[in-house]
Design a protein around this ligand. Structure first.
Ligand SMILES: [Zn+2]
Length: 390
């Protein structure tokens, strides 16, 4: 039998065996984030034969990803492919017997429960704490086990969270860290060996959970620094669960609160914006309208406009600043995500099957995105059908 050969070395590993392999084949996993951590975790799970793997990511493959994000290559960059789409294609070639589902979308309070409701296990491979706290709430409310992972510099962390039985992210951290207080890939960089190591530990924890080999009492926070060769297993203890708003009181503040804020993205000097505008996205028309601001590229998934290196648009910004996310936005249906990334604006449609149930409010860009504000307002106006800025 072909599958016997494929998984023979894994089956010979006694803690997994034939029984474990059957559980792995039947398992359904959602992987949130397909960057450095996610691309390694995804590959390991698909090679191991996990029956269903959903990969959710809103980003596109960029040249700066290739140093560590091992599922991707220069061709993916050239084609501006979404990471989830590029990952799915690679993973299907690796193991065609696994069902891989790519979702090009944002995970936020409106979408997270749809993402996790039909899986057994959730893997966090994100680059921001804002979304992790949302996942923590959603997994607690839906009693889904999940595995936290994070890496920056040469250091990384992994911790399984089994709702109600082991400490959660809020037990460990309290509240969301204030912006700018945690090191990010922007400030500290990140090296490939730590993301591969942390993702490998996460994948091992996932296999343990799937095979029924993880006891909640054995769960620990695992930390590793590959530069210092320091490894720790830290017992968070269950005392914090008694006072945790999630574990003890069932308060899901990040799931029920403001649906979406600005989200600071790691490694991209970027702030994500959720525009709330009506209309259809016409990338051909948009590219014509904004081509004066910089070079424009687009495909089925993405429109990108990048400005020249010299900031030269401050005057225009002052002239066109206007509140497009006002009262009209409250009844509008969001149709796109728009990111301003350093000197680029990215526009991507929200797929109809993942359309948010609730209305995310408009978020405000930070000062560092000033250069591309004119493009932002112009695209928003085009998408909303507003003729003023065309
Ligand atoms: Zn907790």
């Amino acid at each position: 039998m072909q599958d016997r050969d494929r998984y023979s070395r894994q089956v010979r590993f006694v803690p997994i065996g034939e029984e474990g392999q059957r559980k792995i084949s039947a398992a359904r996993v959602a992987l949130i984030g397909a960057g450095a951590l996610g691309s390694v975790s995804a590959e390991l799970l698909v090679r191991a034969g996990v029956g269903f793997v959903r990969i959710v990511d809103r980003d596109f493959v960029e040249l700066s990803n290739l140093q560590r994000q091992s599922l991707y290559d220069e061709e993916d960059v050239r084609r501006n492919l979404p990471k989830a789409v590029a990952a799915e294609a690679k993973l299907r070639r690796i193991n065609s017997t696994v069902q891989v589902e790519a979702v090009v979308d944002d995970v936020n309070p409106s979408t997270v429960e749809d993402t996790i409701q039909d899986v057994d296990l959730v893997l966090d491979a994100l680059d921001n704490f804002e979304t992790r706290f949302v996942i923590n709430d959603a997994c607690a409310r839906n009693s889904k086990p999940w595995i936290y992972s994070a890496a920056v510099g040469s250091y990384g962390l992994v911790m399984p969270v089994i709702p109600g039985k082991s400490p959660c992210l809020r037990c460990m951290m309290g509240s969301l860290p204030a912006p700018g207080t945690s090191p990010t890939c922007d400030t500290a960089g990140v090296i490939g060996p730590i993301t591969h190591l942390i993702a490998s530990i996460q994948a091992a924890e996932a296999l343990k959970w799937i095979c029924g080999a993880m006891s909640p009492t054995d769960v620990r926070l695992i930390s590793y620094d590959v530069w210092e060769n320091k490894f720790q297993r830290i017992d968070i203890g269950t005392d914090s669960m008694k006072t945790c708003p999630v574990c003890a009181e069932g308060r899901f503040e990040y799931l029920n609160g403001s649906p979406l804020r600005t989200v600071t993205l790691c490694g991209r000097n970027a702030v994500q914006l959720i525009p709330a505008v009506k209309g259809n996205l016409d990338f051909v028309r948009m590219s014509e309208s904004i081509s004066a601001f910089g070079s424009v590229q687009f495909n089925d998934f993405l429109l990108r406009c990048s400005s020249p290196p010299i900031p030269r648009l401050a005057m225009i910004r002052k002239k066109i600043r206007r509140p497009i996310f006002g009262a009209a936005a409250q009844s509008a249906v969001p149709i796109a995500y728009m990111d301003i990334v350093s000197r680029s604006v990215f526009v991507r449609p929200i797929r109809s099957h993942t359309r948010p149930k609730r209305m995310p409010p408009a978020a405000h860009p930070s000062n560092k995105t000033d250069v591309m504000m004119p493009v932002y307002w112009r695209v928003a106006a085009l998408a909303s059908g507003d003729p003023i800025l065309r």
